[in-house]
Design a protein around this ligand. Structure first.
Ligand code: GDP
Length: 474
């Protein structure tokens, strides 16, 4: 069946050097020919695939909308595996809207969110894990996050899942042969081998699952609060982490800047920092971070960076900050390490101990001395150690090192967890000698769960949910 033809603006909203309207479907070429006049007067339907044609997008009566290029990519060698034409024009909002409207007048319909990528999946060019990686590539906020997304897009993760699925299917084939031909009496050998192989696979899945937390952090960012009393150096640290010196939106009086979040790339781990605007508003006493606000940030955060001024003695406000850290994952930072010390690491740790502040993992928090401001030829101090500490926290559960193999999201983790459960059930069934046909049922359920990752066994509702998270035009 031929699919209908869809179109959408593929470039971001707003002004840009170039804007692209993408058309895909069996009538992509005729739609494009109805709106585009090549300078050469030749129809796009006759243009070679993967060649750019110079010309003009025109109104129905021939008046020009904008000049530009048409890029023809014929099925199946295109993003969607269908005929695709991309119209590249000037990237203005009015131009783009008019070009898009012209494609609709010529018979295309508006693409839904993620519909181009969904077609690439439905047409078999990429599997579901790869399709999900498309958005992860677009949204990657650090180089490690990008590495994970690219690894998934290239199919490394899917290959591994498919290999496991294949192994289980061949076990099922063996078992079913043994059930059908019991006279072969292979049962004993089969039992030993099967239990060993299923256990190995369950362990492999557990190893992959151990990366789920790190994968989620790479994808969504590690929700981080920077807390400490006024003047301790919060905004200086934030600026250093964001590697930019100018504070944001200081010239708009009276605006609420509460909801601003920023991502800092720390050693490839994206830190999603809560309320950066509040942290930065240090000149404004009303907006100065009070303990109440710090309490709220610390409660929400997965990681708390708690700051203490090394150039001053510890005070009551510092104790109030310390009290927020009970049962939290925190790194203690002694700031202004370039100045003569009044508070040492030992002083701080003694106070931590006296107050009974233990981290979520039950251990003493790490203390790092830093200087966020490089002044008078002095470099920043302590940022390498801080980077290592952040990476260790982000990767703490991950048994495997390569981001390309990390579990990228909750849906994948859930399917893997179910696959592991079915394999463990199969082992139990073997041990209790409940019969091979029951083992086969457990194994088939594991195959089914693994198939959800790559999309072999997944329903329309889940597909719709996945692609609804995409942007229009992707
Ligand atoms: P906040 O109120 O916690 O956001 O603190 P700020 O980042 O605004 O810093 C307060 C003051 O401490 C400013 O005058 C900074 O210049 C100074 N400061 C911050 N970090 C350092 C540092 O590493 N070394 C030195 N010497 N001064 C710093």
């Amino acid at each position: 069946m031929k699919s209908d033809t869809i179109s959408a603006i593929a470039t971001p909203r707003g002004e840009g050097g170039i804007g692209i309207v993408r058309i895909s479907g069996s009538h992509a070429l005729s739609v494009a020919d109805a709106v585009f006049r090549a300078r050469s007067q030749k129809a796009l339907a006759e243009a070679a695939s993967h060649c750019a044609v110079y010309g003009c997008v025109v109104e129905r009566d021939g008046t020009p909308v904008d000049e530009g290029l048409a890029l023809v990519m014929r099925a199946p060698h295109s993003y969607t595996c269908e005929d695709v034409v991309e119209l590249q024009c000037h990237g203005g909002q009015s131009v783009m809207r008019r070009v898009l409207a012209r494609t609709w007048e010529a018979g295309a319909r508006a693409a839904e969110r993620g519909e181009f990528t969904k077609r690439a999946f439905l047409n078999g060019r990429i599997d579901l894990a790869q399709a999900e990686a498309v958005m992860a590539v677009v949204e990657a906020r650090s180089d490690r996050a990008l590495k994970m997304a690219q690894g998934h897009l290239a199919g490394h993760f899917s290959d591994r899942i498919r290999a496991m699925r294949h192994q289980i299917l061949s076990m099922v084939a063996h078992i079913e042969a043994a059930i059908d031909f019991p006279e072969n009496e292979v049962d004993d050998v089969l039992d030993v081998d099967l239990t060993r192989d299923i256990t190995r696979l369950a362990e492999e899945i557990r190893g992959i699952l151990s990366t789920a937390n790190a994968g989620r952090i790479l994808r969504d960012g590690l929700l981080t609060a920077i807390v400490g009393r006024p003047n301790v150096g919060k905004s200086s640290l934030l600026n250093a982490l964001l590697r930019e010196e100018r504070a944001i939106v200081t010239d708009i009086p009276g605006t609420t800047r509460d909801a601003i979040e920023e991502y800092a790339d720390v050693g490839g781990v994206p830190l999603r920092i809560i309320d950066t605007a509040g942290i930065r508003a240090t000149e404004d006493t009303v907006e100065r971070i009070g303990v109440e606000r710090a309490r709220d940030y610390a409660a929400r955060a997965a990681l708390v960076l708690a700051l203490f001024d090394r150039s001053r003695p510890l005070g009551e406000e510092d104790e109030a900050i310390l009290s927020l850290l009970k049962k939290k994952q925190a790194i203690l930072l002694l700031t202004k390490a370039d100045l003569p010390p009044k508070t040492t690491r030992e002083d701080l740790l003694a106070r931590v101990k006296a107050m009974g502040v233990v981290s979520a993992s039950g251990s003493m928090p790490q203390v790092i001395e830093i200087a966020a401001q490089a002044k008078g030829g002095v470099d920043r101090i302590g940022f390498d150690v801080l980077t290592d500490a952040v990476c260790r926290i982000a990767y703490q559960d991950a048994a495997e090192g390569d981001e390309a193999d990390f579990v990228a999201d909750a849906r994948q983790a859930d399917a893997l967890r179910r696959a592991e459960e079915h394999l463990r059930a199969a082992i139990l069934t073997m041990e209790q000698e409940m019969g091979l046909d029951f083992v086969s049922i457990d194994l088939r359920s594991a195959v089914e769960a693994l198939g959800e990752l790559t999309g072999e066994t997944v329903g329309d509702a889940i597909l719709d949910e996945i692609f609804s998270k995409f942007c229009i035009g992707k």
